[in-house]
Design a protein around this ligand. Structure first.
Ligand code: GDP
Length: 197
């Protein structure tokens, strides 16, 4: 699939404000700084469609983009800011929980993790929670250009081994780099495949 049109639709502070669930929807989420905005901009061939990470404490919103007039790409606020107050974290948790649980047209949640890092509890807990809820997810290993292919492969293998402690059948995963375009076609084809499934 090629993205020829990407239009910002709306920012919502809760699931009730989200647009009608009239197109298939794909959400992107991850720890702040994982490379989510860069990935969304790379996928959509835009320099600034997704805004580079907001500062901690800034209002966190669910951003809908309509792609090729046929599916929604959703930029969800990142988690893991060290300095965010507990009340803000709780607000984030409730907003994301309600959105993920109620959004009927949600086809896949892409959870982004840094391909260089060992499994981080905050990510693994989130991935496992999605699994427990029976929500559809795929893992996107980001920033692959930052190390050798071998290192990425070994890091991804370690990650999967870790997840096998909790999962019988692992979620799908993809490796990407927004710098080099690695994984762009695979990710777009993955979305295409799910839309046509
Ligand atoms: P977000 O907070 O998850 O939206 O992360 P950003 O997309 O803003 O990226 C955080 C930082 O990582 C920025 O300095 C980006 O330039 C850098 N970055 C993001 N993706 C990549 C990548 O694929 N390769 C490299 N080398 N840097 C990246």
């Amino acid at each position: 699939m090629k993205i020829t049109k990407a239009d910002f639709v709306t920012s919502s502070s809760n699931h009730n404000q989200c647009p009608e669930a009239d197109f298939p929807e794909f959400a992107f989420i991850g720890r702040s700084n994982v490379g989510k905005s860069s990935l969304i901009n790379m996928l959509t061939n835009h320099k600034k469609l997704a805004k580079v990470s907001g500062k901690p404490g800034k209002t966190q919103l669910i951003n809908h983009f309509l792609i090729n007039e046929s599916w929604y790409l959703v930029d969800l606020p990142g988690y893991g800011w060290a300095k965010v107050a507990k009340t803000e974290k709780e607000k984030w948790g409730a907003m994301i929980h309600d959105y993920l649980i109620t959004r009927k047209n949600l086809i896949c949640i892409f959870v982004l993790v840094d391909s260089r890092l060992a499994p981080q509890p905050i990510d693994v807990d989130f991935i496992n929670w999605l699994g427990e809820q029976g929500l559809p997810l795929a893992i996107v290993f980001t920033k692959a250009d930052k190390q050798s292919k071998n290192k990425t492969q070994s890091s991804v293998a370690k990650y999967k081994k870790h997840l096998l402690k909790y999962w019988e059948k692992l979620p799908d995963s993809l490796v990407t780099s927004s710098q080099t375009g690695t994984g762009k076609e695979e990710l777009l084809n993955y979305i295409d495949g799910l839309i046509s499934a």
